[in-house]
Design a protein around this ligand. Structure first.
Ligand code: SF4
Length: 414
């Protein structure tokens, strides 16, 4: 799921320039289950094997034992990876050189990737492009917020896929095509890269960067475990955002995480929603709302709804009242995050006037729905999710014939 430096949205005019061309699937025929299979198939290239980052303490202890070491060496690896945040095996100075060499000779690596591009906005938001092992680029964003007492909350907005197959109409990531799912370490390393660049601990993580987390739920859950248990970010400080993929909210609920589920709704009725989020055809609004109610019953965690306000499309008082009615029909304790659309060149959508945003919020509040209006961060730093990556991914970063092949096999393009 994406967002514009916190706006889970965007638009940009580059999609066609991106290199995904060979296999074209008409938007109208793309179903969520077929996209899920494609996303899973794309992960078959095993980029995760022999990567230390993302492994639990227990797994690292077992690894040490497998190499003929004492178990406590695994504990040391854990400390070096997650407390000292060391990036290269050869820099694990507490670990005997012979063990380090053996790990490397067996093909093990830490799993940290270089930052390819770093853009800072005037409000302090920093967007990073991380260059993955297969030369693909993924975006991650760090958003610092200082409270009245001067303490800083640093939120990392992480990506779960390279690109996204869902093609929401306002989103630059969707327009830029889809390459593959991220592995758990590729999600975790985004948080560590944000910490590096800010020299500050990440306090909150939102899965609202490139991609739809529910199409990559296994790796997202593993990354969530690592962020919580190994990097020590509280579950309540983590938000997983989705436009909705059938059967996955139930699956997520079964893990009983104490994290927030955020549904990217963007419309109060099915017809309008389908025009904004094409994948909504496979998952009717009523079914999503029922799954959200069940999620709350199962986890006692409030579900929040993201609503991108698009001027003249979904931002009238009538839409707000319809939304309030929908939420009341399906439960209590719902919260709505309003996100005024973040305009970018080439977009058909317009940012709403401030007065219509405030009127929309007031209409929801008059129906006793709690609302927040998200401040758009990083407007001057290619803020929209996918925008920065699309600027650079169209340059020929991939060089190997194999990569070209895998790209063309999985790309979905309209
Ligand atoms: S196209 Fe994908 S990344 Fe963009 S808003 Fe939709 S689900 Fe999120």
């Amino acid at each position: 799921m994406s967002m514009a430096i916190f706006q889970h949205v965007v638009t940009a005019p580059f999609a066609r320039a991106v290199r995904f061309r060979t296999l074209t699937v008409a938007c109208s025929t793309v179903t969520l289950p077929s996209l899920k299979k494609k996303a899973e198939a794309s992960s078959k290239v095993d980029l995760q094997s022999q990567v230390l980052l993302g492994m639990s303490e227990q797994e690292l202890q077992q690894l040490a034992v497998d190499f003929g070491q004492e178990r406590y060496r695994g504990k040391q690896l854990h400390h070096l990876l997650y407390k000292r945040k060391v990036k290269e095996i050869q820099d694990f100075s507490q670990v005997p050189l012979a063990f380090r060499n053996e790990l490397q000779e067996a093909g093990w690596r830490v799993g940290r990737s270089p930052v390819y591009k770093n853009v800072t906005a005037s409000d302090g938001t920093i967007k990073l492009l991380i260059k993955l092992e297969d030369n693909r680029l993924v975006e991650t964003v760090g958003i610092p917020v200082e409270d009245d007492k001067g303490s800083v909350r640093l939120t990392a907005c992480v990506s779960s896929q390279v690109g996204c197959p869902l093609r929401c109409s306002f989103c630059a990531t969707g327009k830029g095509g889809f390459a593959r799912n991220l592995k758990r370490h590729e999600i975790v390393e985004q948080v560590l890269a944000i910490e590096d660049v800010f020299k500050h601990r990440v306090t909150n993580v939102v899965f609202m960067g490139m991609g739809e987390p529910m199409l990559n739920l296994k790796e997202v859950l593993e990354a969530h475990r690592c962020l919580n248990k190994d990097i020590q970010i509280g579950q309540r400080m983590i938000t997983i955002s989705t436009v909705g993929v059938p059967n996955t909210i139930k699956k997520l609920a079964s893990h009983k995480l104490q994290s927030t589920l955020a549904i990217s709704l963007h419309a109060p009725n099915q017809k309008l929603r389908e025009s904004i989020v094409p994948s909504a055809k496979s998952y009717p609004l009523e079914a999503i709302m029922k799954d959200c109610r069940d999620y709350f019953l199962e986890t006692s965690r409030r579900v929040s709804f993201e609503y991108t306000l698009l001027a003249g499309v979904n931002d009238t008082i009538e839409h707000a009242l319809e939304l309030a009615e929908l939420l009341h029909e399906w439960g209590r304790s719902y919260h709505v995050n309003l996100i005024p659309f973040n305009p970018v060149e080439g977009s058909d959508y317009q940012r709403p006037y401030k007065k219509s945003t405030l009127a929309f919020a007031a209409a929801l509040e008059s129906r006793k729905i709690t609302v927040s209006v998200r401040q758009t961060r990083g407007l001057d730093a290619s803020a929209a999710c996918g925008q920065l990556r699309n600027q650079f991914q169209k340059s020929p970063l991939l060089t190997g014939a194999e990569d070209q092949q895998s790209n063309s096999e999985i790309a979905v393009s309209c």
